[in-house]
Design a protein around this ligand. Structure first.
Ligand code: PMT
Length: 401
């Protein structure tokens, strides 16, 4: 998911979970959002405005007036925001929101906001279940605000129940879905996108395999980006630690190249766009030993057979699909990538070279060149999320979406 250019006003009120907002701010910035933090006076007892200013790269605001007598214009701040999120939101602040009790900067911003409002309450379990809190939450829902329910678990009081602030991942998911709903930019709505990701493991025996260093980061970033643009994504992934976040992503886990091939061709016929970012093993052991192969004093060799080239076959069977391949090279990069574009009947190929620092396997970043039959685009080193944005922008441009 990218929140590139989105403006989020984060209101923090006085609760122990306020410290978690330090991490949320970092995540939001990583995803490309601009964040303006506004704290209630009580929140400053739990989290430092200086930390939040540093993390958000903007002064975190508390009062209408700053020390230098400048004024924080609540109307401008409210109109600036694409989304107002109040997290953690106390019972006190919820009560003010329902009644219009406007006694601090955050409440003045809230009452001037025209953007969507999202609230993540956090409090002790009895406060959370109190009829006044339940009534206030219902009222706020009737104002069309999104409530991210508190979670069950251990609370700061030592009691166990519902009241914990929702995890940051859950809050991020809600932010993403609300931003998407607001966005007119869902150019992949109605499209089915197939993405291969990660490595394949070719078993030698029950304990050993031939694999490669792919983490899946590039493919999963593409899946998240395509899903956030409205596509239904079929993600066929080799072994990876990653988990897709977006609800529109259907994950199909496989292990070997043959399994990836079988899974891809269950869906290939019906997809609109296919992107092969997986690092598929070109060879596999001819036989897989049923038992662990015992060490002996002599040399040992494994006979390998060629795996099917999944992308080559996709190119052969291509009719309506827009087909994107990757090329991971270490020498003669452009020449090899262009040869693959031609041989595999691709519409586009994304070249990454292991000679570029920060590119390729495992890194959070990548540096790519993208080729179509008539065009070459060169990109700087950037996060894999931003590379996914560049790739899908170009796919949309080529498909005239
Ligand atoms: O997962 P990460 O750690 O984020 O790393 C990302 C990545 C480096 C794996 C990714 O950016 C990348 O380059 N993926 C392609 C790696 C690769 O196998 O490249 P290749 O040049 O060997 O293969 C060319 C294309 O054919 C690829 O699209 C590949 O998916 C496909 N292929 C290759 C062999 C095979 N048997 N079947 C295939 O479909």
């Amino acid at each position: 998911m990218t929140l590139s250019g989105k403006k989020i006003l984060l209101g923090i009120t006085g609760g122990i979970a306020a410290y978690k907002m330090n991490y949320l701010v970092r995540e939001l910035l990583k995803k490309g959002a601009e964040v303006q933090v506004v704290l209630s006076q009580a929140a400053t007892d739990f989290v430092s405005p200086l930390t939040l200013s540093t993390l958000s790269q903007k002064p975190a605001l508390v009062d209408f007036y700053n020390q230098d007598k400048t004024w924080n214009n609540h109307v401008d701040l409210a109109l600036w925001a694409d989304l107002l999120l109040i997290a953690p939101c106390t019972a006190n602040t919820m009560a003010k929101m329902t009644t219009g009790l406007c006694d601090n900067l955050l409440m003045a911003i809230y009452m001037s906001a025209k953007c969507p409002v999202m609230i993540a309450p956090a409090m002790d379990l009895d406060m959370y279940q109190h009829p006044s809190t339940l009534k206030n939450m219902a009222t706020l829902e009737s104002f069309n605000h999104t409530i991210i329910p508190a979670e069950f678990g251990e609370l700061a009081s030592g009691l166990v129940g519902q009241g914990r602030l929702a995890e940051n991942d859950t809050i991020l998911k809600h932010i993403q879905s609300i931003i998407e709903k607001e966005s007119e930019d869902q150019k992949l709505k109605g499209k089915i996108v197939l993405i291969t990701a990660g490595p394949t493991y070719e078993n030698i025996d029950p304990v050993r395999f031939i694999g490669n260093h792919s983490s899946g980061k590039m493919g999963y970033a593409l899946a998240e980006e395509a899903a956030s643009r409205g596509a239904k994504v079929i993600l066929v992934s080799g072994p990876s630690q990653l988990k897709p976040q977006h609800d529109n992503i259907e994950l199909h886990r496989i292990t070997s190249a043959q399994q990836m091939y079988d899974e891809v061709f269950k869906y290939y016929e019906k997809v609109d766009i296919a992107i092969a970012s997986a690092a598929v093993a070109d060879y596999a052991p001819k036989t897989i030993a049923k038992e662990k192969i015992k060490k002996s004093d002599s040399e040992f060799s494994i006979e390998l057979v060629k795996n099917k080239d999944i992308l080559l076959q996709m190119g052969k069977e291509k009719h309506h699909q827009f087909l994107v391949g990757f090329a991971l090279e270490t020498q003669n990069e452009e020449e090899n990538a262009l040869a693959k574009l031609e041989k595999k009947n691709l519409d586009m190929i994304v070249l990454n070279s292991l000679r570029d620092e920060g590119a390729g396997f495992q890194n959070d970043t990548n540096k790519v060149k993208i080729f179509t039959k008539d065009e070459k685009k060169v990109f700087d080193l950037k996060s894999k999320e931003d590379v996914a944005v560049d790739i899908l922008n170009l796919v949309e441009e080529k498909l005239k979406l």
